[in-house]
Design a protein around this ligand. Structure first.
Ligand code: NI
Length: 180
């Protein structure tokens, strides 16, 4: 399949509430996921949502493992490679954590974003099999970030202190950080 251009903040397609997937294990869905994987890998991202490549469906992929884990997220727990469709997130408890996020649709920038520390997420994989996980920390953050894309929300909209939003080079001088 193909590496697709990632839409950037300002493109109206990123503000849509995406449509649910109703048919699983279809050629169309497998092709979409192949494009999403190719695009995410090419950009070394931790996750990608279908709306970011202009596809109006409730589909996200994410995962951090192996070499990428070691080089980019040394302090983060491993997040399994996951296809998550029609997700539902339930916050567990009221703990909120703030941490730095980036986004392939907001290149070159980082922001300090509050997220639920513990969540349960449910949904389906590309074959329609149920997914039901309870997670915390970085894993929970990645899921919340990607699923926000399905509701037309980009992380800058959640930043509470706008002095903690800026260009990576200015926020973290001397560190070579990539978009995610
Ligand atoms: Ni993003």
């Amino acid at each position: 399949m193909a590496i697709k251009p990632v839409l950037r903040m300002g493109d109206e397609r990123l503000w849509r509430v995406a449509r649910p997937v109703s048919h699983f294990d279809t050629r169309q869905l497998h092709d979409l996921l192949a494009d999403m994987r190719d695009t995410m890998q090419a950009l070394n991202g931790a996750g990608l949502a279908a709306p970011q490549i202009g596809v109006d469906l409730r589909v996200v992929i994410f995962g951090v493992s192996g070499e990428q884990q070691n080089s980019r997220y040394p302090d983060a727990e491993t997040v399994p490679e996951t296809v998550l469709i029609n997700p539902v997130i339930t916050a567990l408890g009221s703990d909120i954590e703030e941490d730095w996020e980036g986004c392939l649709s907001v290149p070159g920038l980082r922001g300090l974003v509050p997220r639920h520390a513990h969540i349960r997420y449910q949904g389906q994989d590309e074959y329609g099999a149920q997914i039901d996980r309870t997670v915390k920390g970085f894993h929970a953050r990645v899921v919340q970030h990607e699923c926000d894309h399905l509701d037309g929300i980009l992380y800058p909209m959640r930043i509470r202190d706008m002095t903690k939003f800026g260009y990576t080079g200015e926020l973290f001088p001397g560190k070579d950080m990539q978009d995610e």
